[in-house]
Design a protein around this ligand. Structure first.
Ligand code: AMP
Length: 281
């Protein structure tokens, strides 16, 4: 497995694969890898000839009071995991390599960037969209793999690819969970044992909504009310949002009459977790 630190090396490695006709699959990550990331790698292995991963904690997608500085980083462990999965090359740029000067060019996906997490994390999706576009320009992947865990990110990247005619196929991989249902996240490492227990309310509330939906409830207001009641029982968890939206444009739906995204974000102390399910009548 090649570990490439510069844009030039990554571009050269990817071009060489492309010129042999190999299909390159890219898995962008911020490291602190877990089984969720590895499921993306395995999906990429299944669908691509050459699998590339990137590890880059992207400063432009963190707000000023967010966890950029303390975000978990363990490069040696991450590289060991990627090597074991048979990844062909890993792009691990420094911040200076990716942003040698203050960027003035940004990708903003109007509307979508301000919905769900974009509402409480202004600038977050602009940072995500811009860094993903940069990674696509550097690696020129034929396919790129993203987790359903970040459902809004998926909607935004799909829209960028469509609007800007990027020649990359976006593949989405289901959420990997702990045995008790908690969605895997690098940020779960921040939780103390009490918070780890309380964190189950996210998936619990989503499951409650699924049960009501399966009993015939379609109205978003009633479903959201039930979910919010679950959160009120755990005062240590502060709900950021619980919404039912169109999975493509992220606008709220009043009733689940078509495929809909039920998405939640909540704070446990300083840790912000997200989760979602998709319901289809
Ligand atoms: P991150 O390192 O958090 O930026 O995540 C990198 C990629 O892994 C993103 O496409 C995430 O959606 C995906 N991912 C993170 N957690 C999970 C999970 N539990 N299941 C599936 N994919 C995930």
């Amino acid at each position: 497995m090649n570990v490439l630190r510069t844009i030039e090396e990554a571009r050269k490695r990817s071009r060489a694969a492309g010129s042999r006709g190999a299909r390159v699959g890219l898995v962008p990550t911020m490291g602190a890898l877990h089984e969720g990331h590895l499921s993306l790698i395995r999906a990429a292995k299944a669908k691509s000839d050459i699998v590339a991963a990137s590890i880059f904690v992207n400063p432009t997608q963190f707000g000023p009071n967010e966890d950029f500085a303390r975000y978990p980083r363990d490069l040696d462990r991450d590289l060991g995991l990627l090597e074991r999965e048979g990844v062909d090359f890993v792009f691990v740029p420094s911040v200076e390599e990716m942003y040698p000067e203050q960027g003035v060019t940004w990708i903003t996906v109007e509307g979508l960037s301000e919905r769900l997490c974009g509402k409480s994390r202004p600038g977050h999706f602009r940072g995500v969209a811009t860094v993903v576009a940069k990674l696509f320009n550097i690696v020129s992947p034929d396919l790129a793999f993203f987790g359903q865990k970040d459902a809004a990110q998926v909607a935004i990247i799909r829209r960028i690819v469509r609007d800007l005619n990027m020649p990359v196929q976006i593949e989405v991989v289901p959420i990997v969970r702990e045995s008790d249902g908690l969605a895997l996240s690098s940020r779960n490492a921040y939780l103390n044992p009490e918070q780890r227990k309380d964190a189950l309310v996210l998936f619990g509330a989503l499951n409650g909504v699924r049960e009501l939906f399966e009993k015939g409830e379609r109205g978003s207001a009633a479903l959201i009310r039930a979910a919010k009641a679950d959160f009120e029982r755990i005062p240590a968890v502060r709900l950021d949002y619980f919404e039912i939206v169109d999975p493509d444009d992220l606008t709220p739906v009043t009733a689940i009459n078509k495929r809909s995204l039920v998405a939640v974000a909540a704070f446990l102390g300083g840790t912000r977790l997200i989760d979602n399910i998709v319901l289809e009548p």
